[in-house]
Design a binder for this molecule. Structure first.
Ligand code: NI
Length: 220
């Protein structure tokens, strides 16, 4: 990759283009991952009646212990009694994650007062850079009440595995800056029930209207 020597704005622009290209490549890769995932796991179905036919279903989700964007240690039990709408991503994500969290916001807004039964949760798959402080700053742009979770890399790996969440660090964009990596990840929402069990999942891009229409019947 050629860089314009001394041209800061030009190289920033170049960085943006590379981030965008990476995002698109990640989307393509994720599409393939989902195809594989949907044939081996739980993908492709919507209703609990249908999902019961898929053996992978019971294994999605499970216990976790992570740290909130306010620095508080929580477990899945702290959310017992409420639905969880979970999205895995990272704050450096150039386009996919911001769009997904906006979709989450818009979906909950559409549900109106019924959304009170749902705890929206953002779990980072980039715990090295996404400290509680970084996530708190990031989430300020989104709906109040959205909880961000991070943790030790092994704890993040464990919760991602529990949710069959594929992610992978990419090579740094700038060789001189090891922190300039991206993270490929699946673009998927999970709705988990008040007992912690899987209820439904949604691949982005769904419209807020479609997502709200599918979630609403599950709510009390
Ligand atoms: Ni992302």
């Amino acid at each position: 990759m050629s860089q314009d020597p001394g041209g800061t704005s030009s190289s920033q622009f170049s960085m943006r283009r590379r981030l965008l290209a990476m995002g698109l490549a990640a989307l393509a890769g994720i599409g393939v991952s989902f195809l594989i995932w949907s044939f081996t796991g739980i993908g492709g179905q919507k209703s609990p009646e249908d999902t019961a036919r898929y053996s992978g279903i019971a294994s999605v989700g499970g216990p976790f212990q992570l740290v909130t964007h306010d620095g508080k240690t929580v477990t899945d039990q702290d959310f017992a009694g409420r639905f969880m709408l979970i999205y895995f991503g990272y704050t450096w994500c150039p386009d996919v994650c911001p769009l997904a969290l906006q979709l989450m916001d818009d979906t909950l807004a559409r549900l109106g007062p019924d959304a009170a039964a749902i705890q929206p949760i953002f779990i980072t798959i980039d715990p090295e850079r996404d400290t509680p402080e970084v996530i708190k700053h990031y989430l300020a742009s989104f709906r109040p009440g959205l909880i961000g979770l991070t943790g030790a890399p092994e704890d993040i790996a464990a919760v991602a595995a529990a949710y069959k969440m594929y992610y992978r660090k990419t090579e740094p964009l700038d060789d001189a800056n090891p922190d300039s990596y991206g993270v490929d990840h699946m673009n998927i929402f999970y709705l988990m029930g008040p007992n912690g069990a899987y209820v439904a999942h949604f691949m982005s891009p769904s419209s807020p209207k479609d997502m709200a229409t599918e979630i609403a019947p599950h709510l009390p």
